[in-house]
Design a protein around this ligand. Structure first.
Ligand SMILES: *Cc1c(COP(=O)(O)O)cnc(C)c1O
Length: 414
C-alpha cells in the first residue's frame, strides 16, 4: 500500500501528480508528500523491524508504486558503531559513527540514486545525467547500469581518480570538465532543456532526497525509535542533511518518536576551502553566496553554491544546530585517527565532522556527555591520491628482517 500522495513545490506549495515526472519549480526543489495520518493508522512501526534491514524496509515512507519497481544493488542497513577511543581523543564520551561507506559503490549516494533511478525508470526515463564532485557520478552510473538506462556524467577534471574511473567502468559516458561542479551542472541543465537526458542533479528531481531520508529513518530505528542529541553531517549539496530533517519531521508527525524528546541538533560540516553554508549561517543569511575558486580534498564538499541552500540553512536553524568549517590541514590527521583508533575507513568529508565536533565542544554547542552521531558518508579507499603512503621495502633475503620489520616488539599472544 502506498501512502505517498503528491509532489509539492517547496517555494509556493504548487502540487503535482505523484506519478508525473518532475524536476524543480520556480528554481526551487519539489518534495514528495505523504498521508501520514493514514500511514500511522495502518502501519505499526515495530512491524517494519520484522522486514529485512536496509532502506526498502521503510517502503511506506517512500514514493515508489510497488516492490517490483525497485532497482537495487542490495542496499544494506549501515552499522552504527560506538567509537570509545576516537571519542576520548575528542573529549566525547558517547561518540557513534554511522558508517555509510559499506553501501554499494562505497558511499551514501547509493541511497539517493537507488530511489531516484527506481522512479526515473518507472516514469519512462531512458537517459540520465548528473554533474558530480565525487561519489554521485559513480552511484548514478552503477544504478543506471543496473536499470539498463543510458548515463552521462560531467565532473571537474581534478575529481579523485577512483571517481573518474568507476564512472567509466560502469559504462557511463563520462567527461572531465575544466570547471567546478556548478559549471558541470550548467551543461547538464542545457542538455536537459534540449531533451537529451533527464537531470539527476542534487535536489533537481524529488526522489534522491527520499532515498537519503532513509539515513534518518534507519538511525531512529537502530536507536529504538529515539534520536541522538546531535548529528554532524558533511555537507556539500545538502541532500543528506535536508533528507534527515525531513525524516525526523515525518517520524514525529507519525507519532513514532517521543513527542517530549527534542529533535537532534544538526551540524553542517564543511572544509575551510569551500564553506558557503558556514558563511551564510554566520551572517544570518537565508541563502548562500557562491565561493569562487573552491578547493578542498574532501571532494564531496566542493559545492561552491548548493542549490538547496535555503533548505539547508532552515534545517540548521530549526534544529538549533550550526555550520562549522574545518581547516583543510586538519582533515588527513583525523582520517588517520579514525582508521587507527577504530578501524573505520573514514573519508576526508567525514573528517571535517570530527574537526567540527571538536569545535562545537570547545564553543559549548555540545556537551562532553552528549550522544553524538557522525556520518561517514564514503569509503576512505576512494581517495587514493589524498591518502598516499609509501611502504618501506623489506628484503626477504636480509638476515636481520625480523629487526627491520619491527616484528620483535613484544610477545604475539597474552
Ligand atoms: C556527496 C558527498 C557528501 C555531501 O553530501 P550532500 O548530501 O550532498 O551534502 C559528503 N560526503 C561524501 C563522501 C559525498 O560523496
Amino acid at each position: 500500500m502506498r501512502f505517498a500522495t503528491h509532489l509539492e513545490a517547496t517555494s509556493d506549495g504548487t502540487t503535482f501528480a505523484l506519478d508525473s515526472l518532475q524536476t524543480c519549480h520556480d528554481g526551487q526543489p519539489i518534495a514528495v508528500r505523504y498521508d501520514l495520518r493514514a500511514l500511522a493508522a495502518n502501519v505499526e512501526r515495530d512491524a517494519l523491524r520484522r522486514r529485512p534491514p536496509g532502506m526498502w524496509r521503510y517502503r511506506e515512507l517512500l514514493p515508489h508504486a510497488s516492490d517490483a519497481e525497485v532497482v537495487s544493488l542490495g542496499e544494506n542497513a549501515t552499522p552504527l558503531l560506538p567509537c570509545p577511543r576516537l571519542g576520548a581523543r575528542l573529549g566525547l564520551s558517547r561518540l557513534l559513527i554511522k558508517d555509510e561507506s559499506t553501501l554499494p559503490t562505497g558511499s551514501f549516494k547509493a541511497r539517493g540514486m537507488a530511489m531516484a533511478i527506481t522512479r526515473a525508470k518507472a516514469l519512462g526515463v531512458t537517459h540520465v545525467a548528473t554533474p558530480t564532485a565525487g561519489n554521485a557520478g559513480g552511484a548514478l552510473a552503477a544504478y543506471a547500469a543496473r536499470a539498463g538506462l543510458r548515463c552521462t556524467v560531467l565532473m571537474p577534471a581534478d575529481t579523485p581518480l577512483v571517481n573518474q574511473r568507476e564512472v567509466h567502468w560502469y559504462g557511463a559516458r563520462a567527461f572531465a570538465v575544466d570547471g567546478l561542479i556548478h559549471e558541470c551542472g550548467a551543461i547538464v541543465r542545457q542538455g536537459a532543456e534540449r531533451g537529451l537526458w533527464f537531470d539527476m542533479s542534487t535536489m533537481k528531481e524529488p526522489y534522491r532526497l527520499e532515498g537519503k531520508k532513509t539515513m534518518g529513518l534507519e538511525l531512529a530505528d537502530q536507536l529504538g525509535w529515539r534520536l541522538p542529541d546531535a548529528i554532524f553531517y558533511p555537507t556539500g549539496g545538502g541532500t543528506g542533511l535536508v533528507g534527515m530533517h525531513k525524516a525526523f519531521a515525518e517520524l514525529r508527525e507519525l507519532g513514532w518518536l517521543d513527542p517530549a524528546a527534542p529533535l537532534p541538533r544538526l551540524f553542517a560540516c564543511q572544509a575551510s576551502g569551500c564553506a558557503p553554508v558556514v558563511t551564510a549561517f554566520e551572517n544570518g543569511s537565508p541563502t548562500a553566496e557562491l565561493v569562487p575558486d573552491a578547493t578542498t580534498a574532501a571532494a564531496g564538499l566542493r559545492v561552491p553554491k548548493p542549490f538547496a541552500d535555503r533548505m539547508i540553512l532552515t534545517a540548521l536553524r530549526e534544529s538549533g544546530g550550526a555550520a562549522l568549517a574545518a581547516p583543510e590541514a586538519e582533515l588527513s590527521g583525523w582520517v588517520g585517527h579514525a582508521m587507527r583508533d577504530e578501524g573505520i575507513a573514514l573519508c576526508p568529508e567525514a573528517a571535517a565532522c570530527l574537526v567540527g565536533a571538536r569545535q562545537a565542544l570547545a564553543r559549548g554547542l555540545i556537551a562532553a556527555g552528549d550522544e553524538i552521531v557522525v556520518f561517514n558518508t564514503g569509503a576512505a579507499q576512494k581517495y587514493v591520491e589524498f591518502l598516499a603512503a609509501e611502504l618501506p621495502r623489506l628484503d626477504r633475503a636480509a638476515p636481520d628482517w625480523v629487526r627491520l620489520a619491527g616484528a620483535d616488539d613484544g610477545p604475539a599472544t597474552r
